[in-house]
Design a protein around this ligand. Structure first.
Ligand code: BGC
Length: 753
């Protein structure tokens, strides 16, 4: 691991030049491995070695530093320069909302090895060592939160090409580094995706130039511009407008500002050492008139393959679904983050715990999440079994200033250790995930078990509970209607049961028995202490019923009563949503399972504030953190937690896929697939399709009011179970099927669990 002796403003360039060994014939293969403290881009004779950006991403660097491997056979010449550009990234840049930086050390460094194999089997190695040279780049400042400054007058590509190092270059130092921390990527790298053109350029009321890209996205601007040398262009990024101006208050302390200084010639800028969550850009200092052709927004996130789709006859619902997808895209940037724009962008465990089933339908997120789960397990192991609130965990370094100094294990958030591997198992049917994560899953369940009161309830210690209940005051998002211990005990039951299921699958008989008993004890305590004889669950609000029903905490009679009570509460609230992070993902399922499908649809399709569709009426193109991040009068919610790109409340997509679309795994990985669309809500058609490990499952239903026709494609090797309202189940073999039955919305209550 080598580090430049001089820091060069946090964006040094490093190079080595080598000549191919003589007399061994042509190079038959060459493989480059690179990792760094800070982010890197690598080049051979000026050509990028791969499509990735922001590598090596963000992992729990204390234990896992990933390296990338590139086949660079086509890029090696008789004389070659291996050049590497570094930036602060996650390792040395800002992280968290307390203004701190450099959690992982104050040096930027790189480790690289290029292995060349010649026709006669000879091998030549080129590695980072003290002969490398380091020098300055045109980047004068870079930070993921704050943005990047590039001075094109300093740009000079000669360093990337054979010849002497440019003047002003200096040496490097070897850094102490434990190479056992190096590990290959499990998931995909971060890459550029599409470029989005401006849809509008105009002047704000205060005279500033604003650009709208029509979509809240994550990435950066790429621009081509010519103007007098020394001219400075400033680009600020924002997700929304307020009073006609760029609304940057939700970014809190993140500056999200790029600066570009012109050389006098034609300059092309692309700030690859930062990223922003934005739909709008405010541009000052542009020479002459800014035209749409001069700039574009580059969408950046992990290289995930899209697998799942949904569409229906309601354009608003389609927009909601698009918003969920874009929310995932923006927040699956190497780490599954809460939000991509403000001074946070952390791997909040609870957000993913509830969103994982939706994520694994929309994209093949298997490698991505397995990679993250390894960090989760590493952090947990270092914290005595406690699963931290964020992974990678930087809050552990912020004990004094953290908003959460005392938290240990927390329901939903820490439950990610169990719920996320389980979601992966359900979606992809790969038992290896459970085997890999089992120690972490069981350690979490044991840790929670140790926190239970003698009564069997999880009723001591702080909780985040039904975070962001819409009725909680903007400044106190934890003040939910739902009793946080009811929420925690319900989650503990689900976790214990899931770990018991996992232990059974893995043949761990003693553990299975232990966790099954634990689940039984918690369920009994829940019923004894929190459920009245008439079926009232303590704190009597939608979230507690949603969890009690969806997690199976009640017997059949009580489930029916709880369902009726939930339905009454939902109606009383005029179908405005009343749940936060805990209840929202489960409320539609709980209604569906207890025979209140119509209420589930009305809740989903409600447009008044707060509701899922309210943001759509306000022009949202992503899922918001709060139901009312933007208030009906067009002003930004005054709370600190006001992102416009947070996937957590988009977890309803999972219900949409299973219940409206009608695709659910009956066996993990869709080896048997349940096709059970439940038409309702006035929809006349819907279509869901999913590229499973076995092939494409496609369901398209439409009804005339009298007849319901369902067209289904079942891939080879898979059995479909078709369950339609008012009809007996039928088995579908692989192939295409079309079935028409009389239309009714009545149907079996239970669609899936
Ligand atoms: C994050 C949330 C997170 C929560 C927990 C917030 O700052 O943005 O998504 O789960 O904190 O406290």
């Amino acid at each position: 691991m080598i580090s430049p002796a001089d820091d060069f403003a946090g964006a040094p360039l490093l190079r080595t030049q080598f000549t191919l060994d003589d007399g061994h014939g042509p190079v038959t293969s060459s493989e480059l491995m690179v990792s760094s403290l800070g982010i890197f881009e690598a080049f051979l004779n000026g050509r990028a070695v791969g499509p990735d950006v922001l590598s090596p991403g963000w992992s729990s660097y204390e234990w896992r530093l990933r390296y990338r491997t590139y086949d660079v056979t086509a890029l090696v010449a008789p004389v070659t320069v291996l050049g590497i550009s570094l930036g602060n990234g996650w390792s040395r840049g800002r992280l968290g909302w307390n203004g701190n930086r450099a959690f992982y050390g104050d040096r930027l460094a790189v480790i690289a090895q290029l292995e060349l194999t010649f026709a006669d089997g000879h091998r030549q190695l080129v590695s980072t060592d003290q002969t490398w040279r380091a020098g300055p780049s045109a980047t004068l400042a870079n930070d993921l939160y704050d943005g990047q400054t590039i001075d094109a007058r300093l740009a000079d590509d000669t360093w990337m090409h054979p010849g002497a190092a440019p003047p002003g270059w200096g040496g490097v130092e070897a850094l102490e580094f434990d190479t056992s921390h190096l590990t290959p990527y499990v998931g995909p790298p971060v890459v550029r995706h599409e470029a989005v053109a401006p849809v509008r350029i105009w002047s704000s009321p205060s005279g500033r130039t604003l650009v709208d890209f029509g979509q809240n996205l994550v990435g950066w601007l790429r621009l081509a511009v010519q103007g007098a040398a020394g001219t400075e262009i400033t680009v600020r990024h924002g997700e929304v407008l307020e009073h006609g101006e760029l609304g940057v208050r939700p970014l809190r302390t993140a500056h999200a500002t790029d600066r570009f200084i012109l050389s006098g010639g034609l300059d092309r800028f692309e700030p690859t050492k930062t990223f922003h969550g934005f739909r709008y850009a405010e541009i000052t200092g542009w020479p002459g008139e800014l035209t749409a052709g001069a700039l574009e927004a580059v969408v950046v996130h992990s290289d995930l393959r899209r697998t799942g789709y949904f569409e229906c006859s309601d354009p608003m619902l389609n927009q909601l679904h698009r918003n969920v997808t874009w929310g995932m895209r923006g927040n699956f940037l190497d780490v599954p983050t809460d939000c991509p724009q403000r001074d946070e962008r952390l791997g909040w465990t609870g957000d993913l715990a509830v969103f994982a089933p939706s994520a694994t339908y929309l994209y093949d997120a298997g490698g991505f999440l397995r990679d993250w789960l390894r960090d989760l397990a590493a952090e947990q192991q270092a914290q005595d079994g406690i699963v931290p609130l964020v992974v990678p965990d930087i809050l552990k370094y912020e004990k004094d200033q953290s908003a959460f100094p005392e938290l240990g294990s927390i329901a939903i958030w820490s439950d990610a250790a169990v719920w996320v591997p389980w979601a992966l198992w359900q979606a992809y049917g790969d038992r290896g995930v459970l085997a890999d994560q089992y120690a972490s899953m069981a350690a979490h369940a044991r840790r929670v078990e140790s926190l239970l009161s003698p009564s069997g309830l999880w009723d001591a210690g702080p909780q985040l509970g039904d975070w962001l209940d819409p009725q909680a005051p903007p400044g106190e998002p934890f003040k939910a209607k739902a009793d946080s211990h009811v929420v925690a005990t319900a989650c503990c039951y689900r976790t214990a049961g899931t770990v018991a299921d996992t232990a059974e699958l893995l043949g761990r008989v003693d553990d299975a028995r232990h966790f099954r008993q634990l689940a039984g004890r918690v369920r009994a305590a829940f019923n004894a202490h929190y459920v009245d004889r008439d079926g009232t669950v303590r704190s009597d609000c939608a979230t507690v019923y949603a969890l009690a029903i969806a997690f199976g905490l009640l017997d059949d009679v009580m489930t029916a009563r709880a369902g009726d009570r939930l339905s009454a509460l939902v109606q009383q609230n005029g179908y405005r949503i009343s749940t936060g992070f805990a209840g929202t993902p489960y409320v539609t399922d709980a209604l569906t399972r207890t025979g209140h499908l119509d209420d589930a649809y009305r809740l989903l399709l409600e447009r008044g504030c707060p509701s899922w569709l309210y943001p759509v009426t306000m022009g949202a193109t992503t899922i918001w953190e709060r139901w009312d991040s933007m208030l009906p009068d067009g002003t930004i919610n005054p709370g600190q937690m006001t992102s416009f790109n947070h996937y957590a409340l988009g977890a309803v997509a999972d219900w949409i896929h299973r219940t409206v679309g009608g695709i659910a795994p009956l066996e993990p990985g869709y080896a048997t697939v349940l096709i059970a669309p439940r038409p309702g809500g006035g929809l006349t058609w819907a279509r869901a399709s999913l590229e499973t490990a076995h092939g494409l499952v496609d369901v398209h239903w439409h009804h005339t009011g009298e007849d319901l026709t369902v067209e289904v494609t079942v891939p080879a090797g898979v059995t479909g179970l078709l369950r339609l309202p008012g009809q007996p189940d039928r088995e579908l073999a692989a192939g295409r099927h079309a079935v028409t039955v009389p239309f009714t919305t009545a149907g079996s209550q239970e669609s899936w669990h």
